[in-house]
Design a protein around this ligand. Structure first.
Ligand code: SAM
Length: 476
């Protein structure tokens, strides 16, 4: 497969390799057991494997000739990059010669593991840190090939490493074990759902390194995934390095109402946030510059924006977490090109809109081309918002909350009729016994941030992206 230029050669630091080998039980009685490293790079994982193998063989009293022959048969590597493969063999030879072992015929193949037909390999151990390549960075040929050959890559924007996980599991002996250093996002990403189903039966351990810089200079939350073939356990050991917490989690609780996996003990007897509050995505105009205005002056009838004016009657206050942060600045407004009657929202016909609000219409005409180029809802007219989500919910007092939470959720209040245009907004459900003041207290609590860290997708070391569903599922 032709490769784009990309950075998929990030090698595993020693201490993580040692930890992986201990966790998978690559410790003693190793002679005769096949190990596969299917993206071995310069050998950061294979070198300690060979070290352990030789030590174990010597304890068992094997001759150097016997060890050489045994290493040739039981250590298998794959690497597409010739330079890396050669470096790897050089390092492996070095350890051997320092142990008096010569003439190992290394089975390190210069091959693409995902296209190579590896049916003959049945490994006792697979240890690796496969290449992570986003869908965006793959070539079209690679996407097509993976979609056609791997169950876990059939839908959506999969990552290259998903195919590696499937291929590795298929290359295990019936009682073989695999440990992989993988992006933590496989437990959260919607396109990894098939992968989660694929690993569900055999997964026995997850070590979560979120918040730790495993690869120097690179921000990517990673985890160890331990998979034991033939062991259909109902529990999983979850270890969170940041807090040194360890817990056994019932697998059936991993993905309760939520589609992604959440590693937490199920807490009963608490209230679900979504039972008392509605949580919505903000209004999505898909072209804020055409709708948002910052008037330089106003009179009874009009807002003035540079040389133009817009009827006040068609404007509502605009709010977002950003605009609330810079409160000192002028209030922004948003053109609201809909009619509201008896709590329902109706569309204008273009002619009617033009007749009733000629200045707003004229103002928007300058953006007409860009507005028409949006990827809007099917029925949206060019002068309307790209998505018509959440419009009915605006006529309530509300809170706005960003999609990415850093350290503590910051929530801001919005009046009835104010239009949030970024982040999420929260309103009180009818008959809810909890008020918006309660919601502020709940969402700004330390417990909520701890929950965000558990369910969110990390974007930096302290920031996590959460979804509408995550907020609704929170139990307080
Ligand atoms: C993230 S590095 C990890 C290397 C090594 N496993 C480690 O932990 O240090 C991934 C390696 O996989 C190699 N690679 C990429 N695609 C591959 C493929 N389809 N088959 C085999 N190796 C591949 C890259 O050249 C790179 O050396």
């Amino acid at each position: 497969m032709a490769k784009k230029n990309r950075n998929d050669q990030i090698f595993t630091p020693d201490r993580y390799v040692e930890d992986m080998l201990n966790r998978i039980g690559y410790v003693k009685n190793l002679v005769g057991k096949t190990v596969l490293e299917n993206s071995c790079g310069q050998g950061n994982i294979l070198v300690p494997i060979v070290n352990r193998y030789i030590k174990d063989a010597k304890i068992q009293g094997l001759s150097n000739e016997h060890i050489a022959e045994s290493l040739s048969r039981n250590i298998i590597g794959f690497e597409v990059n010739r330079e890396q493969k050669e470096k790897c063999i050089e390092y492996l030879d070095k350890i051997c010669s320092s142990n008096g072992i010569k003439n190992v015929q290394w089975d390190i193949r210069e091959e693409d593991f995902l296209t190579y037909n590896a049916n003959e390999i049945k490994a006792s151990f697979i240890v690796g840190n496969p290449p992570y390549i986003t869908y965006h960075d793959m070539t079209e040929d690679e996407r097509l090939y993976l979609r056609e050959h791997y169950k876990v890559c059939k839908k959506g924007r999969f990552d290259y490493c998903y195919a590696f996980i499937e291929a590795s599991i298929n290359a295990l002996k019936p009682d073989g074990k695999m440990i992989y250093l993988i992006p933590f996002s496989i437990f959260r990403n919607r396109y990894a759902r098939e992968l989660r189903n694929f690993i569900f039966d055999g997964i026995t351990e997850v070590v979560d390194f979120t918040g730790e810089k495993v690869f120097p200079g690179i921000t990517c939350s990673v985890a160890f995934l331990l998979y034991e073939k033939g062991k259909d356990r109902d529990k999983i050991l979850y270890e969170k390095r940041e807090t040194d917490e360890k817990m056994m989690i019932q697998k059936s609780h991993l993905c309760q109402d939520n589609k992604k996996w959440v590693f937490q003990k199920v807490i009963d007897g608490r209230e679900k946030f979504g039972n008392y509050f509605d949580v919505c995505n903000s209004v999505a105009t898909l072209l804020n510059e055409a709708f948002l205005i910052q008037p330089v002056k106003e009179d009874e009838q009009f807002f003035y924006v540079e040389e133009q004016k817009v009827e006040k009657e068609i404007c509502l206050k605009a709010i977002s977490t950003k605009s609330e942060k810079r409160k000192s600045e002028e209030q922004q407004y948003i053109i609201f090109p809909y009619k509201r009657k008896e709590e329902e929202i109706y569309n204008y016909k273009e002619k009617e809109f033009k007749r009733l609000y000629p200045y707003a219409y004229q103002y928007m005409r300058q953006f007409e081309k860009k507005l028409k180029d949006r990827k809007s809802d099917k029925n949206a007219q060019w002068f309307e918002y790209g998505r018509s989500q959440a419009l009915k919910e605006l006529w309530k007092e509300k809170l706005v909350l960003p999609m990415v939470i850093t350290r503590q959720a910051r929530v801001y209040r919005g009046d009835e009729g104010a239009v949030p245009y970024a982040g999420y907004f929260i309103t009180q459900k009818k008959d809810s016994c909890y008020t918006l003041d309660d919601a502020v207290r709940i969402l700004q609590s330390i417990e909520f941030y701890q929950y965000v860290k558990m369910v969110g997708t990390p974007t930096t070391e302290t920031s996590y992206r959460i979804s509408v569903d995550d907020i609704k599922q929170y139990r307080f």
